[in-house]
Design a protein around this ligand. Sequence first.
Ligand code: MN
Length: 734
Amino acid sequence: MASFTPEEDKFINDEFEKIFQFCKGCKDGKNEELIRKSFELANKAHYGIRRRSGEPYIHHPIAVAQIVAQEIGLGTKSVISSILHDVVEDTDYTISDIERLFGSKIANIIDGLTKISGNFDALSMQAENFRKMLMTLSEDVRVVFIKLADRLHNMRTLESMPEEKQQKIASETIFIYAPLAHRLGLYAIKTELEDLSLKFHYPTVFQEITEKIQATEKQRLAYINKFTMPIINKIGETGIDYSITGRPKSVYSIWNKMQTKGVPFEEVFDLFAIRIVFNPTSPELEKRESWSLYSIITDIYQPNPDRLRDWVSTPKANGYEALHTTLMGPEGKWVEVQIRTKRMDEIAERGYAAHWKYKGSNDTEGELDKWIKEISKLLETPESDALEFLDEFKMSLFTSEIYVFTPKGLLRRIPKGSTALDFAYDVHTNVGNRAIGAKINHKLVALSSVLNSGDQVEILTSEKQLPQREWLEFVITAKAKSKIKDSFKFERKNNIEKGKELLEKKFEELNIIITSNIYRKLLAGFETKSKDDLYCKIGRGIIDLKSVNKILANKSKNKWIKYWQLQIKKTTTTKKKKTENANKTKKVELIDNVDGTNFTIAQCCKPIPGDDIIGYIDENDKIIIHKRKCEKAVKLMTEFGDKILTPEWKSQKIYSYLASISLSGIDKIGIVNRITELISKDLQVNMRSIYFNSTDGVFDGRIDLYLYNTYDLDKLITDLKKINGVNKVIRVGN
Ligand code: MN
């Protein structure tokens, strides 16, 4: 049997002992004995096994236990479960062994962890897996905490995984685990997960931003000092025990802002955030003393009244408490100041575990429990599509909340952007299904009206009302959507059958033999996603079968469509026969070529040569090219890791790609002329469409162009910016 060197054995023991420094309660009573017992078992079970990186396998469970104790702040049971978390899955030990040795509680947690682990390539498995994970929330929330710690350690050591695995794991992390950490209030872990995902998805971007942060550090510190000096002096006079810090935004949040707002690093980074953490004189005075600090600071700097956030009086759903205000600092820069007590700070960084600690027990009551109950309710809906649910769940994770009141004055918390109808469904499915109108603050409004915090909402219902299709266009909550869809599912089934019959009749009439080619043409011609979608639209009468002839006759050869050929080279030599988890590394080159079109440019993100891209093999074996950062691509990478290719552009400047730019500025006479002249004459770029709109002396416009690559596009943008009057030029669409 393979074994470790004495140095390795010593290292393993030292790392294990560290857990006791991080977890105070782990030494109490029988706890220490049990933890040592779990370590002995795990060490024996994993003995001689190494991770892909070469280090002893046991490093991983120990590291997970350290994260659980130190970074999440959980206690003995969680530490033991972390140490044992891979034992049942990877070794000969069974759940009943664990139960016999450590009791049913720990056995249950490990069972939960084992169920939600593993690598799932198929889409449905993934969603199912995720559903399982959420189900376990209601059983024991520690399962999810440990799962997050497990994922965090795997992300920290992702370097040694093969490239394809890295991409898949990083996608999953950004798609599921980071939002989950956020929802559980684990701010520090969420941030690290996001940063690590970015590092593996865009190594260059990550490095660039990291370097820029370091390069601007001095400048930033100088400004923070200048800003905080008067505050420090003033608070010093009061004798309050406090600390003040100004820390940089995370790499991911900077990148995210740059992407969504289309602004350069410098503009994002020019935002400062300062945090004041203090020790209240007594727990009861927390609130009052937070506000007196607020008052001291706003005596020095002018606050922006629109940006005051009081999460001390009403904490966020994930437990977050703090006062936030934005002040006008020196040099006219806005600075955000967060005021928290030590307790609030710990909750903000470490989430619910810290919450319990302050409550003095393992009290899982409160907000988290409410949230878990909501999720469980949704999961109980038997027919709700697991994947759709995943999508909508993700949406609801990202939205923050507002507070509204029922006619009786009860407070309800719903996602920001919710409409009156969302509120109706939140109250009860029957209230939603029967809703005909609403009163917001006693005024009659449409069901689609968006609610604001503080609104009092009353729903008007009628027994004759039925859910309407248009409702799906404006409701935003997962609950409302799934309830409305449920009521349509039955109807859809009927329409599909009807549509199929009608189409088959039509084919008979036209004397056409049905081939997959014909279906492909029809799907594209009617802009439908699937056969069922096509049938359903026919059944509902949205698609007129009269145009079938025309579509089938159409030789869809748009002159702008580019003809490329894909050459697929397998770079890995297939030494072994097909093993279960064989890693297929496919390298694909996109080469200009006049014959063949076995791939397509995705319309959602319209990549052009020079963009960082991925290829996805769809069900018809067509390869669809997306930008790597396209939201759809991230999803595809998560769900179909094995169908993702990494193609490379090999542009030979023969054909061109469609890209769009938007621009705005001061409307001067002739400016549109100048712009179009620059594009078509000076740079010899083809425009497909151009649109300008001018109001009150300011114009904004959008131009669709044909280009060869990103280099040309960048040059065009630079040149356009030079035109007098043009203010902003950005590429549109991701
Ligand atoms: Mn693990």
